[in-house]
Structure formats: C-alpha cells, structure tokens
Design a protein around this ligand. Structure first.
Ligand code: FAD
Ligand code: NAI
Length: 472
C-alpha cells in the first residue's frame, strides 16, 4: 500500500472542506483533500446551487405568466424538464470544474476515494483512502473532518426516488408530478414545494409543528404563508406523517393531526424533508477516539478542535446551522489555525436565507429571542410596497424589519421578507458584526431607487424617523 505524507489532510470537498484546502494551499501548508463522490459536496452538486437554479427557472416561468400587467403578451409558458435538467447540470459542472482548478492552482493534491481514520503514530494521524485503484495511506499531523450530512429518512419512508423522494430526487425529476406531498415545512420542503407548485403540481405540506419555518421571524413567515395559500398550496400544521401505502396509481399518506385524529392524503410523490444527519459513521472515529454526541455530530470547540489533538471538524458534520457559508467560514478558520495563525469561530451572526417566494433572510435575533435575553426593543418595519424600486420591478410583497435595543439602539436583528432579501441581508450581517446602532444604518446613504432603501428606512422607523411611511 502506498504512503504519502502531508502537513494537512482534508476529508470531504464540500463548501467546508474545499475552501479549507484552498486556504491551506495559499498558506503554503502541504495539503491533500480526499473526496469520495463529488467535488463541491452537497452544496454544489445536489444542494444550494442546483436548487437555486430550479427556483430561478420556476420563478421565471411564473413571471412570464404575470408579464401581461406590464403590457407584455406571451403565449402560456410550458416547461421542458429535460432541458431544465440539462441547464442545471451545466451550471453545476462549471462550478465543480472550477473547484478542481482552484485546488490544483493552490498546490493541493486531490485524492479520489473514501477516507477513514486509522489511528495515529509519532509521525501523525493515518488516513486510509479506498479508491478505484486500491488503498493508500496518507499520514498527516493535521486532519480536517468535513464529511457533511445526508437527508434524514423518516422511518417507514424508504427513499426510492420514485414515490418517495429526498431533495436529491426532487431536484432531478424529469417530469412535473400531478400531486406532491412535502413532509416537513422547513427550508427544503418550502423551497422545492414552491418550485413544483409554480410548475403546476398540486402541493400539500405536512408540518409537525404549529408553524412552518418555526425558527424564522413570525411576520416574515406570515407573508410566505399567505403566498402559499394564494398559490393553492395546502399547508397542514400540527400534522405528523405516520405511514404510507402504494395503491398502484397513487400513494396514500396517513397523517396524524393534533388530538390524535388521522387523515389521509392522496398523492403521486412524497418529498421527505425533515432535516439532515451527519456523515459520521464509517469514518474510523472510534479508532481515532474522536467524540460524537448522541445524534452522531462530531463535537468541536470554537477553534474547531475535536477532543483528539490535530483532528479538527467543520461544517454540517458538527451541527449547528447546517449552511454552506457557515461551513466555509469554519474551513477558513481551521486553515488559519493549522498554519499557525490566530483565528477562532468567533462570529456574532450567521445569516440565513430561505429561498422561498418571497425570500426570507435573517441575521441576528428575532424579537422573541431578543426579549428572552432581557432586551426592551425598538422595532422598525418598512414595507416594499412603499418603495419606488419594488413597484417599478413589479415585486412589492414583503418588508424589512430592524430590531434594536431600546436604550443602546444597538442592532440586534434584521429580518427581511421580499425578493432580493437574500442579497440585502449582508448589510445587516455587517452591521451586527460591527456592533452598529440603528442610526449607523440610517445615516448611511443608500442609493436610489434600490431595494436596499427598505433596510435604511426600517432602521429609521425604529428611531421614529422614517420618511416614506407614517411613524407610529
Ligand atoms: P457537504 O457539502 O455535505 O460535503 C461533504 C463532502 O464530503 C461530500 O462531497 C461527501 O461526498 C464527502 N465525504 C463524506 N464522507 C467521506 C469520506 N469518508 N471520504 C471522502 N469524502 C467523504 N445551504 C446554504 O447555505 N444555502 C442554500 O441555499 C442551501 N441550499 C440547500 C439545498 C438543498 C437541497 C440541500 C440538501 C442543502 C442546502 N444547503 C444550503 C445546505 C448546504 O448544502 C450544506 O450546509 C453544506 O453543503 C455543508 O457543507 P459541508 O462541507 O459541511 O458538507
Ligand atoms: P428543516 O430542519 O429546515 O425542516 C424540517 C421540518 O420538518 C421542520 O419544520 C420539522 O418540524 C418538520 N418535521 C420533522 N419531522 C416531521 C414529521 N414526521 N412530519 C411532519 N413534519 C416533520 O430541514 P430540511 O428542510 O430537510 O433541510 C435540511 C437543512 O438543509 C436545513 O435545516 C438547512 O440547514 C439546509 N438547507 C438550507 C437551505 C438554505 O440555506 N436556503 C435550503 C435547503 C436546505
């Protein structure tokens, strides 16, 4: 078996692992990255990027249908799913090829295969890679575990990507199903449920909690819930998926409602989107002595160190917010640490975006969270309907909300619902990261006419100084 020595070995080339390896290469640390399936991980191949591609396509499809209001007459749009899939694959390929080029350009060795930890010796940790051409051993003082996560399968709902889909299957459909039940009204269920609803599928969302998107700002969720209703999507809350049976021409889902009553829903396909679980099995964690919690997440501290010296863990594998940009930040921090620089995962906020229509974007605390921490609040809200830009692009749903401490006026949270929210939230993240007060946002000139004016006006509204709405 061949042996190679490195200063650092990264296992998993998702948005956590590949930026870690690139940064290590930039910092002149001799690095190899091992990937078993796809460069770019879930994010580039079956997650963020392909989902945003199909979301954009579905939005374009819907917008064409609404162009008549602006005097543009077009024939009723149709969708060619084969062509959509080919375009989506093209987007993914461009990005994944780019990742390979970046790794190589920064002097990182790419090893294709499945890695497992195999203990350690005086010269470092041993990682065995099973590849197409047999096994090889890599020895390194530092190992970064970045193996990510996979969909959680509801017991009794074995994914076959025909009747029972997970997000990967739902992103690869070659047809628009007549009916779809989405189990779980979270990120995936609502993003992809809306895609198919726009393309003509009758969608039903089954959510166990009293609300969809329970962790997001309630007012923002209300706007999306109204849009779902307008689109004809049925949302069942306090409803748990129990079992299903195949009736040949349809699937029948049994749902337990509040109070224990049972209901059935007929459907063509079922999308299971009830969360994800860490890829921590078969990784040799027990051999290396790396600790996991009871749900299988690797335990790591604010320096991304596991309990074993020289072994770090990042991204979905360690839980917390399972988001690509959180994984990337952790990857960059780990690279700096291994290279001997001072760094830590020390952030005030990890912004989050749900790419529904309209989008919900959030940074910092919700009103409930801020009050629970003992703050008295000033809250300012500004509707997109009062914004020239929103009216002129015919997209007026939603608002921006700025939450600040009543005394210090420090910005504690910003929540935006509306199209463009995903881009607007970065200003809020910067403000929170820098400890800005509401007046900082208000005093900053925002270009006109842009959607960003909503963020400034919401900050002004928190101070009772908004110009384009009546302050209350
Ligand atoms: P992953 O992306 O899971 O990458 C881990 C990699 O490790 C994989 O490539 C895997 O093949 C490899 N691997 C695993 N075990 C081994 C092994 N033993 N040996 C070698 N290689 C191994 N997040 C956002 O921030 N924004 C979004 O819009 C967004 N949309 C999403 C849409 C969908 C449908 C899904 C499913 C997820 C979405 N996410 C989004 C979440 C995001 O994809 C994840 O948070 C992110 O990919 C986690 O990155 P990671 O590097 O930790 O792991
Ligand atoms: P999720 O955690 O967002 O939502 C799961 C939902 O399923 C919850 O509302 C939960 O209450 C519900 N649920 C659980 N069991 C149920 C049952 N038996 N019956 C009915 N409802 C049930 O998980 P999801 O949508 O699978 O996404 C996984 C993760 O991927 C997200 O948490 C997020 O971290 C990431 N992601 C991020 C995106 C983004 O940043 N835009 C997009 C897609 C995914």
């Amino acid at each position: 078996m061949s042996e190679a020595r490195y200063d650092a070995v990264v296992i998993g080339a998702g948005p956590g692992g590949y930026p870690a390896a690139i940064r290590l290469g930039q910092l002149k640390v001799k690095t190899a990255i091992i990937e078993r399936e796809y460069m770019g991980g879930v994010c580039l191949n079956v997650g963020c990027i392909p989902s945003k591609a199909v979301i954009h396509a579905a939005k374009t499809f819907e917008k064409i249908g609404q162009a008549d209001a602006m005097g543009i007459q077009v024939a009723r749009p149709t969708i060619d799913m084969g062509k959509l899939q080919a375009w989506k694959r093209g987007v993914v390929t461009k990005l994944t090829t780019g990742v390979r080029t970046l790794l190589k350009g920064n002097g990182v060795d790419i090893v294709d295969g499945t890695a497992r930890l195999a203990g350690s010796g005086p010269d470092g940790h041993r990682v065995i890679v099973q590849g197409a051409r047999g096994e090889q051993t890599l020895i390194a003082r530092n190992v970064v575990l970045a193996t990510g996560s996979r969909p959680f399968e509801i017991p009794g709902f074995a994914t076959d990507q025909k009747r029972i889909l997970d997000s990967t299957g739902a992103l690869a459909l070659d047809h628009v199903p007549g009916r779809m039940v989405v189990i779980g009204g979270g990120y995936i269920g609502l993003e992809l449920g809306m895609v198919y609803a726009k393309l003509g599928t009758k969608v039903t969302v089954v959510e166990a909690l009293p609300s969809i998107l329970a962790s997001m700002d309630k007012d923002c969720v209300g706007v999306v819930a109204r849009k779902l209703k307008k689109m004809g999507v049925e949302v069942m809350v306090n409803a748990k998926a129990r079992s299903w049976r195949d009736q040949g021409d349809r699937a029948v889902l049994e749902v337990e409602l509040a109070g224990g009553q049972l209901a059935t829903v007929d459907t063509d396909v079922i999308l299971g989107s009830v969360g994800r679980r860490p890829n921590s099995e078969d990784l040799g964690l027990e051999v290396a002595g790396v600790a996991v919690d009871k749900r299988g997440y690797v335990q790591a501290d604010d320096h991304l160190r596991t309990n074993v010296g020289g072994i770090y863990a990042i991204g979905d594998l360690i839980g917390g917010m399972m988001l690509a940009h959180k994984a990337t930040k952790e990857g960059e921090v780990v690279a700096e640490l291994i290279a001997g620089h001072k760094a830590a995962m020390d952030v005030r906020t990890i912004p989050a975006v749900v790419f529904t229509d309209p989008e919900i974007a959030s940074a910092g605390l919700t009103e409930d969270e801020a009050r629970a921490k003992g703050h008295t609040l000033k809250v300012g809200k500004f509707p997109f309907a009062a914004l020239g830009r929103a009216l002129s692009v015919n997209d007026t749903e939603g608002f921006a909300k700025v939450i600040c401490d009543a005394t210090s006026e420090e910005i504690l949270g910003v929540h935006i619902v509306g199209n463009g929210a995903s881009d607007l939230i970065s200003e809020a993240a910067l403000a929170i990261e820098m400890g800005a007060v509401a007046q900082d946002l208000n005093l900053t000139i925002h270009p006109h006419p842009t959607l960003s004016e909503a963020v400034r006006e919401a900050a002004a509204a928190a101070l009772g100084e908004a110009v384009h709405i009546i302050n209350r």
